[in-house]
Design a protein around this ligand. Sequence first.
Ligand code: IPE
Ligand code: IPE
Ligand code: MG
Length: 238
Amino acid sequence: MSLFRRRGKLPPPDSVPRHIAIVMDGNGRWASRRGLPRAAGHAAGAETFRRIATHCRDIGVGYLTVYAFSTENWKRPEDEVSQIFSLLEKYLAEAAEKMERDKIRLRILGDTSVLSSKLRRMIADTELISSQYTGFQANICVNYGARDEILRAAESFVRAGDAPTEEAFSAALYSGGIPDPDLLIRPGGETRLSNFLLWQLAYAELYFTDILWPDFTPDDLNRAVAAYNGRTRRFGGI
Ligand code: IPE
Ligand code: IPE
Ligand code: MG
């Protein structure tokens, strides 16, 4: 039973982070431990994403940003990469069908220019149609790398001959318009950022757990939120 529900209530709205970021890691190991192909782990991970996104929406989180495919993940075998992109297509097709019910605004962050034209069209359609939902936003990072994101933003200022302010620089990132994450969760046992949101996580609280992403439950998310609530955020003050 959930940590919060055990106390008979959902977390009070003011204790819920406005923005949670998650490195969805551990799919491959989850599958290997079951003697399954790695793709089965990615499929299970996609289901977990669906459950966690709904849960975040229900407890009053404003933004959820997940790392689905990094600029470094192209190093993987071609068949694994194509299975991951097939899953993304499947997810977007289903999201489009369930949009009216789920009321989730979707955004894809990353360099989508190299994706298939079919996938790019699906992304554009889903982003456009779901932009009417303003209660909860899920951002899926695809072909995302923080260094790539920062370089592109820097190049845009060089091209314009402008000196950026911190605010203008933030706005030029893929995540422009989205507030910085308050809490970063990395399941899967690794304690590194792997090129995720290097600019935006400057003052996020970091939470690591050995649970593999496909096993990560809404209760695990509540535990991370409870840990977040036990932290003192000083932002450099006293
Ligand atoms: C995360 O799970 C998903 C992607 C990086 C696409 P992994 O595939 O990295 O799973 P592990 O870390 O090998 O277990
Ligand atoms: C980070 O996981 C990227 C995603 C979850 C999409 P990786 O499995 O690629 O990270 P490393 O290689 O262990 O750092
Ligand atoms: Mg991994």
